[in-house]
Design a protein around this ligand. Structure first.
Ligand code: GDP
Length: 416
């Protein structure tokens, strides 16, 4: 309205005052109504060893009973399981995807336990990018599966973080908003918990792990977010059991010495987590995922694909030019590799030929030697045979002589 008044003064035209109200103030309502109609989606990744309380916390957090299959400790390789649920509260619809690690850290060799998680996060970015790059894209009804937050479950050891925790969080911190939580915090004393929290934070800082910080740039939530940043990592307790405490049913865990109440701020930080994660910062988590983490992934991938931003004074390269340049580069690389493979093949053939020739010569040499040995043996046997024949001859002669000598004496005796 101010703008229209200025225009009419400049042109010296008499402005006709508008009778009704323009309705700019209805824009927020239009946005709210549209969002309510479309519903929201939120994707939450739970990382932690088997049995640390991931499923129980999810049930407690969303006050429902998601189907939970108990995971064994014998997975040969860690993997992830994603389940999507439709939730509704006061007319607001939420499409919630919970992704949970299975067998994380259960293997003897834990070196690459983080890999399936990193691969999953990247795969969701990649499918969003592929949708964005389509000529006919339909982002309005695309199921965005990019991970908005990663709850990292720390075992309540009271000591320090395991190296697996540090490595995994470090691998994830540039891809997803990481919020560490101390699981099953009812198993650790208050004093131990205090020093454990401090130890964890100092270890994260010294290892350069950047966990998600609740934003303090929006003044409506700056106060609470600032305070809550000081309470990280939240120490949580999960339970689906309803227990009667002072005539009131509460969620808690019953022990012989008392009840740990999940929603009691002096027992654990569950309520703090729920508020920070859902009612105060869910939208910021979604925005950060798109504006920071996905942006970084997209930039690296587009650079990999050969896209470059044009400098201010240069004509922007068309998609076709980029494609042609990239194709030529690919063909050059391909021919290089082809040539290299040809060379390798020729060399291999030459080597094999030389080896075959050596083997043939070796065989010939052995054959000659065997032939020589055979001839020597034959000669020796022939010599032996000749000697034997001579012996036989002389023996025969001797026998004939003996027979001759014996013959007359018999005949003389016969005549007598
Ligand atoms: P997941 O394998 O990480 O999903 O672990 P579950 O949620 O199935 O929990 C494994 C066991 O830990 C179950 O017996 C739960 O009752 C128990 N549990 C879960 N949360 C807590 C907790 O906050 N404190 C204690 N003491 N036990 C818990």
């Amino acid at each position: 309205l101010l703008f229209s008044e200025c225009l009419s003064q400049d042109r010296k035209v008499r402005a006709l005052p508008l009778s009704g109200h323009v309705g700019l103030d209805a824009l927020p309502d239009q946005l709210v109504n549209k969002s309510l109609g479309q519903g929201f989606c939120f994707n939450l990744l739970c990382v932690g060893e088997t049995g640390i309380g991931k499923s129980t916390l999810m049930n407690t957090l969303f006050s429902t009973d998601f189907e939970n299959l108990e995971s064994p400790h014998f997975e040969p390789r860690g993997k992830l399981r994603a389940r999507t649920y439709g939730l509704r509260e006061n007319g607001v619809q939420l499409k919630l995807t919970i992704v949970s690690t299975i067998g994380f850290g259960d293997q003897m060799n834990q070196q690459d336990s983080y890999q399936p998680i990193v691969d999953y996060v990247d795969a969701q970015f990649e499918s969003f990018l592929q949708e964005e790059l389509k000529i006919k894209r339909s982002l309005h009804n695309y199921h965005d599966s990019r991970v908005h937050v990663c709850l990292y479950f720390i075992a309540p050891s009271g000591h320090s973080l395991k190296s697996l925790d540090l490595v995994t969080m470090k691998k994830l911190d540039r891809k997803v908003n990481v919020i560490p939580v101390i699981a099953k915090s009812d198993t650790i004393s208050r004093a131990e918990l205090h020093s454990f929290k401090m130890k964890i934070m100092s270890e994260l800082v010294s290892s350069g792990v950047q966990i998600y910080q609740f934003p303090t740039d929006d003044e409506t939530v700056a106060g609470i977010n600032g305070v809550m940043n000081g309470h990280l990592p939240f120490a949580v307790v999960g339970s689906t059991e309803a227990i009667n405490v002072g005539n009131k049913l509460v969620r808690g865990r019953q022990y012989p010495w008392g009840v740990v109440q999940v929603e009691n701020g002096s027992h654990c930080d569950f309520v703090k987590l729920r508020e920070m994660l859902i009612s105060v910062n869910m939208n910021d988590l979604r925005e950060q995922t798109h504006a920071r983490h996905y942006e970084l992934y997209r930039r690296c991938r587009l650079q990999e694909m050969g896209f470059r931003d044009t400098e201010p004074n240069r004509k922007p390269a068309s998609l076709h030019q980029t494609y042609t340049a990239r194709r030529q580069e690919y063909l050059r690389e391909f021919h290089g590799v082809e040539e290299e493979m040809k060379q390798m093949f020729v060399q291999k053939v030459k080597r094999t030929e030389a080896e075959l020739k050596d083997a043939e010569e070796e065989l010939q040499f052995r054959f000659e030697r065997m032939k020589r040995l055979h001839q020597q043996e034959k000669k020796r046997l022939e010599e032996k045979r000749r000697i034997l024949e001579e012996d036989m001859n002389s023996f025969n002669k001797m026998r004939a002589a003996v027979e001759l000598l014996q013959a007359p004496s018999f005949s003389t005796a016969g005549k007598k």
